[in-house]
Design a protein around this ligand. Structure first.
Ligand code: PEP
Ligand code: MN
Length: 402
């Protein structure tokens, strides 16, 4: 599908949406880069505002329709890809490997469950990372994703360089061109909406939708566990975009908070508008998730429930690698499906960090702790390799209610 070309930037100061964007931007924002050159940030934002959107509003509407079907229990969603995309990794081989794996898994889930399975790629924009500490073990500013700074352990590389937002836009554009040419053109794109300078500059108003601001950066955006403060700028940003949005819910989420997300982010009660992505950890999911689902269900909003079984199960191996055990990933998934079965609600999807490259980053499925150093290639969190991801797909296919 090609861009419609009808979208107008929200930058017009007379536009209603400009005001809402400006108000959203005044909220406190966690995890934003300390850019080294504020004047240059303005120039980059202006350049992005003048650039074509990467996705068309019609494509976004199509995903919204698909997610409405998921919210009704009539379809399933598989979202997956790198934790952190990199400019160096934006190659034919890497993009093709990730996309083919996603498409093969979605096809398998669809075939075995009998439910249409919507493939959503963590691709073409997943270039920014929230971090739990501001500095790394060497005392350097932490790596925040290629959209912000460089991974190399050198002070100059770790400076937050606004021009990287333009490089991220161009890399995303290349990836989305690849995606459209790949034959998987119904695969949608998604990333965490983190760097608001970038995301706000890529909002585009759609005249045929009452000038609603669509994100032109991806079809689906989510707000991460570290930026989901109800009074913060990220949730205010998610509130105003017309695209379907998600919020990650960690193990400390209360049912009351979850209902507040639903009220704020789905005020018009549109089925599938909001995806709640639980990432509780295998030990907590069975205790914490039921009360959240019960309270959200009682609110009457039709959300998509998605399980991210990766981020609550990150540990450090004896070899010093940040890793995940496939058994714990499977256990969180099993718990998630059990909880939904017990409540009679629909477990709408899964969200995985995985790659088509044969990496050794997670333990299980033939990778031992002592193997982790062999092909540990991630720029951030450990990803499932194709064999491990396929093992997960097989489990999920058995668990999807039919
Ligand atoms: C991620 O998806 O890479 C991520 C950082 O997740 P979370 O916000 O759930 O920690
Ligand atoms: Mn991650």
């Amino acid at each position: 599908m090609m861009n419609s070309g009808r979208l107008a930037p929200v930058g017009d100061p007379t536009g209603c949406c400009s005001l809402r964007v400006a108000v959203a931007a005044t909220r406190p924002a966690a995890q934003l880069p300390g850019w080294r050159d504020a004047t240059r940030v303005r120039g980059v934002r202006a350049a992005l505002r003048g650039s074509p959107p990467l996705v068309a509003s019609g494509e976004v509407d199509l995903l919204s329709a698909r997610l409405a079907a998921v919210a009704r229990g009539a379809a399933f969603v598989l979202l997956g890809g790198d934790c952190a995309e990199t400019f160096a990794g934006n190659t034919d081989a890497h993009l093709r490997g990730n996309l083919d794996l996603l498409a093969r898994m979605a096809a398998e889930l669809g075939r075995r469950s009998g439910l249409p399975t919507v493939g959503v790629a963590r691709m073409a924009g997943q270039f920014a990372k929230p971090r739990s500490a501001a500095t790394d073990a060497d005392g350097l500013p932490v790596y925040r994703g290629d959209m912000v700074n460089g991974l190399a352990a050198e002070p100059a590389a770790r400076e937050a360089d606004p021009d990287r937002m333009l490089r991220a836009y161009r890399a995303s554009s290349t990836a989305i061109d690849f995606l459209r040419a790949s034959g998987h053109g119904r695969v949608f794109t998604a990333h965490e909406a983190l760097v608001l300078d970038y995301e706000q500059a890529l909002l585009r108003r759609e005249p045929s939708a009452g000038w609603a601001p669509y994100s032109g950066s991806a079809h689906f955006l989510w707000i991460g566990e570290r930026t989901r403060d109800l009074d913060g700028a990220h949730i205010a940003f998610a509130e105003l975009v017309a695209n379907p949005v998600g919020v990650k819910l960690g193990p400390h989420t209360t049912p009351e908070e979850a209902v507040e997300y639903v009220r704020r982010l789905d005020p018009h009660r549109v089925p599938g508008r909001l995806t709640l992505i639980s990432r509780m950890g295998s030990r907590r999911v069975r205790d914490v998730l039921p009360a959240i689902i019960e309270k959200v269900s009682a609110s009457g909003h039709a959300v998509v429930w998605q399980c991210d079984p990766m981020h609550g199960n990150t540990v450090t191996s004896a070899t010093g690698h940040k890793t995940r055990y496939v058994d714990q990933v499977k256990d969180e998934l099993t718990g998630y499906f059990e909880v939904h079965r017990g409540l009679g609600t629909f477990p709408g999807g899964v969200h995985l960090e995985m790659t088509g490259d044969d990496v050794t980053e997670c333990v299980g499925g033939g990778v031992a702790e002592s193997d982790l150093g062999a092909r540990y290639e991630t720029a951030c969190d450990p990803r499932l390799n194709p064999a491990q991801a396929w093992e997960i797909a097989t489990l999920v296919a058995d668990l999807i209610p039919t």
